[in-house]
Design a protein around this ligand. Structure first.
Ligand SMILES: C[S@@+](CC[C@H](N)C(=O)[O-])C[C@H]1O[C@@H](n2cnc3c(N)ncnc32)[C@H](O)[C@@H]1O
Length: 551
């Protein structure tokens, strides 16, 4: 959706699923794990498997005035770094040595499939999705990838990336493996006792036809011609026999050939710790060729719907039940799951609101003066309770004042790019790119389906000035590098010694600056925020608030 553009710092849209944001347990974020100062960032908070589609219904779409704007949320790149057993981190996670068992990965398998399927549905045609884990368990890796290929049919292909990143020493994905359950190893789903068949899924096995009923999806590649091709220039073919981590000393009753996966799983990458003294990772790159459509929609087996104990997975199952026999496209698939996610979230939020309201009532009894103000606040119920709404900042007088105070060039347009999270008297104003602006507008159109935890770059902060500063906002350090090239006012250049002086003393005496001209310039400047640039080859600007009395 975010196409290449001349906007400062604009990147293609990427969806990073399953990232550790430290905002509650599960997070989906567009961009990177760490808070980065970029206007292209939206951090959301959803369970990845039910990330909303934000698709305009046909009627809305026709009525939507601007047809150049996106009608649905799609991404150029998706990274599904999914929750996993984490056994690839054994080198650093000493606890795992005690906890690890070869069946540990089984419980993640279905969630991993669902998260990655959501990723594929949200991927643009022509886009790429990386599926990764820090586990070596094939049930979490090759079995998941095989199931994605099965479910998506000719809509996706597993890419051969053996010529990319040549320095990365990797081994090929496995074509065969066994599944462990409660100490027993199984080669096919048929071997699994009936009592465990709803826990140990067909899709966990290499020979599985599907978690769904079989569909003819194998014709998208030529198994025979590809299967024997060495995977990577740095892969020693002799290692193939040593990579199967699941042998467990069990001999197969069937011929290995017939039990192999029919997918070109050797294209997946296994990074093992001893190849380059690191951790273990599994990586697969999937390319979307066409939208998921009715040809890939496959009925759900009833047995799998009995699965899982936790509520989230139950909800997914209900969703899958409902879509049995239905013809689905990406949108339907997404919308079904979104409804469930929203219902789930809303019920959780309702509980929170009840608690919140109870405490507010208590408060209002003791602080009667504030009662109406508190109740007013309660009247304002944002859809994602507990998370402030994102509002476009449209106060033209304030924007004009900021533009003129800092001398912001016209080419750095603020119109439509400023957002805030406060309902009144914006304390912080964030700058967002055009692409983020489009997503926000779409999100409003679809009834705020995306739960936004954070976005854009904090660019201006409201400040109270006792010194008659004519601008109510100061610059925020985060946004400075973006704005600075377009600023024509409020900039001073200091020598290192004067710069040190500024940092050292709270109250500044202009007469004590080494460079008298700098002292004069600073003294003549109106009170308020300015940028002090360190002279003599240092190009990084530093913001110093000069609103302190300068005597
Ligand atoms: C492998 S870690 C991702 C690590 C991350 N990429 C990083 O570099 O720090 C998987 C993350 O997914 C989160 N998670 C678990 N279940 C999830 C779900 N249903 N949806 C989204 N995230 C989930 C976990 O909390 C965990 O932080």
């Amino acid at each position: 959706m975010i196409h290449q553009s001349k906007e400062p710092g604009l990147l293609p849209t990427a969806l990073v699923i399953a990232n550790d944001l430290k905002v509650q347990r599960c997070d989906v974020l567009i961009h990177n794990t760490k808070r980065m100062c970029t206007a292209n960032l939206i951090v959301t908070n959803h369970e990845a498997q039910s990330f909303p589609s934000c698709s305009l219904a046909k009627d809305d779409s026709e009525a939507y005035k601007d047809h150049c704007k996106p009608q649905r949320l799609e991404f150029d790149r998706v990274l599904c770094d999914v929750p996993c057993s984490g056994d690839g981190t054994l080198r650093k996670s000493h606890d795992l040595w005690r906890k690890w068992s070869s069946s540990m990965g089984n419980e993640f398998h279905l969630l991993q499939v669902n998260i990655a399927m959501r990723g594929i549905a949200l991927l643009k045609v022509g886009g790429r999705m990386v599926y990764s884990t820090c586990s070596m368990n094939p049930v979490e890796n090759e079995a998941v990838v095989a199931e994605l290929l099965r479910r998506s049919g000719s809509s996706v292909e597993l890419l051969d990336v053996s010529t990319e990143l040549r320095e990365l020493v990797r081994r090929p994905g496995l074509g065969t493996w066994k599944v462990n359950d409660r100490g027993s190893w199984f080669q096919t789903h048929e071997d699994v006792p009936d009592s465990r068949k709803n826990v140990i899924l067909p899709s966990m096995f290499p020979s599985s036809t599907s978690i769904h009923e079989s569909h003819k999806v194998y014709n998208s590649f030529d198994v025979n011609s590809e299967y024997n091709v060495p995977f990577s220039r740095n892969f020693n073919i002799e290692d193939t026999n040593n990579v199967n981590c699941d042998t467990g000393g069990i001999s197969s009753s069937n011929s290995a050939q017939s039990l192999d996966s029919k997918f070109p799983l050797h294209r997946c990458m296994r990074i093992v710790p001893h190849d380059q003294d690191g951790g273990a990772f599994f990586i697969a790159v999937i390319h979307k060729l066409s939208p998921l459509n009715e040809n890939q929609v496959i009925k759900v087996r009833k047995t799998e719907n009995l699965l899982s104990k936790n509520r989230t997975v139950k909800l997914q199952e209900q969703c899958q039940h409902r879509i049995v026999s239905e013809v689905l496209d990406d949108n339907k698939l997404l919308d079904e799951q979104t409804k469930l996610s929203v219902a789930n979230q809303t019920s959780k939020d309702d509980n929170l609101t009840e608690v919140k309201m109870a405490s507010d009532v208590e408060y209002s009894q003791t602080e009667s003066g504030d009662r109406s103000r508190r109740m007013d606040k309660l009247d304002y119920q944002h859809k994602w309770k507990g998370i402030d709404p994102v509002l476009f900042f449209k106060d033209e007088a304030v924007i004009k004042n900021i533009v003129s105070f800092f001398g912001i060039e016209e080419s750095f347009s603020l119109e439509g790019h400023l957002v805030t999270r406060s309902t009144d008297n914006a304390r912080r104003i964030y700058y967002v790119s055009k692409a983020v602006q489009d997503i926000l507008e779409l999100n409003i159109q679809v009834g705020e389906q995306i739960k936004i935890a954070s976005l854009g770059v904090k660019m201006f902060e409201r400040h109270r000035s006792k010194d008659g500063c004519s601008c109510a906002y100061r610059l925020s350090y985060e946004g400075l590098s973006l704005l600075f090239p377009y600023m024509r006012k409020r900039i001073l250049h200091a020598s290192p010694v004067d710069f040190q002086h500024l940092l050292q003393y709270r109250t500044i005496n202009f007469a004590r600056f080494a460079d008298a001209r700098f002292g004069e310039e600073a003294a003549s400047m109106m009170p308020g925020c300015c940028v002090v640039v360190l002279r003599e080859g240092n190009i990084m600007p530093y913001a110093v608030d000069l609103k302190e009395p300068m005597t």
